[in-house]
Design a protein around this ligand. Structure first.
Ligand code: FES
Length: 141
C-alpha cells in the first residue's frame, strides 16, 4: 500500500471528527499503522473482501510453528487499517494455534471498542488472518 492508498483509506476520517467517535487506540493504529505491506514469499497469505466491499490481505512468516512476522494491506476504511495494524501486532511471536484462537471480540477489546457500524471490520480482519493460516497449513502441513 502506498501513501496515496493510505490517504484514500483515511480520507473520510478527519482527525477531529474521528476523535469524537473512535478510541485513542483506534486513532493511533489507524494514523500510525504498523506492519503495512506484503511479505515476499510469505508462508501464508489470506485475502478477503468483506460485504462492505473492502479488501484486506495479511501475509505471515512462520518459523518453528511461530508467526515471526506478519504484514497487511487494505484498500478499505480507516478502521480496517487499525484492525490490520493491531491484529498483526497481536499475532507477533504467537504459535499458529494461539493465533487461531484470537477472535473478533479479542481484536475489538484490544482496540478499546468500536462504534457498532464498524464492528464488522474486526470480523473481516480475523477472517483474513484465518485464511492466511489456512494457506500456510495447506502448504506446510
Ligand atoms: Fe469495510 Fe471497515 S467498512 S472493512
Amino acid at each position: 500500500m502506498d501513501l496515496d492508498e493510505l490517504a484514500e483509506g483515511l480520507e473520510s476520517m478527519i482527525l477531529e471528527d474521528a476523535k469524537k467517535v473512535f478510541s485513542e487506540t483506534v486513532i493511533e493504529y489507524a494514523y500510525n499503522p504498523r506492519n503495512v505491506g506484503v511479505i515476499n514469499n510469505a508462508d501464508g497469505v489470506g485475502k478477503l473482501t468483506g460485504t462492505c466491499g473492502d479488501t484486506v490481505q495479511i501475509s505471515i512468516r512462520v518459523e518453528n510453528s511461530k508467526i515471526t512476522k506478519s504484514m497487511f494491506i487494505s484498500d478499505g476504511c480507516g478502521t480496517s487499517i487499525a484492525c490490520g495494524s493491531m491484529l498483526t501486532e497481536m499475532i507477533k511471536d504467537k504459535t499458529i494455534e494461539e493465533a487461531l484462537m484470537i477472535n473478533s471480540n479479542d481484536l475489538l477489546r484490544s482496540l478499546d471498542g468500536l462504534p457498532e457500524e464498524y464492528v464488522h471490520c474486526t470480523v473481516l480482519a480475523v477472517n483474513v488472518l484465518q485464511a492466511a493460516i489456512d494457506d500456510y497449513k495447506k502448504k506446510f502441513t
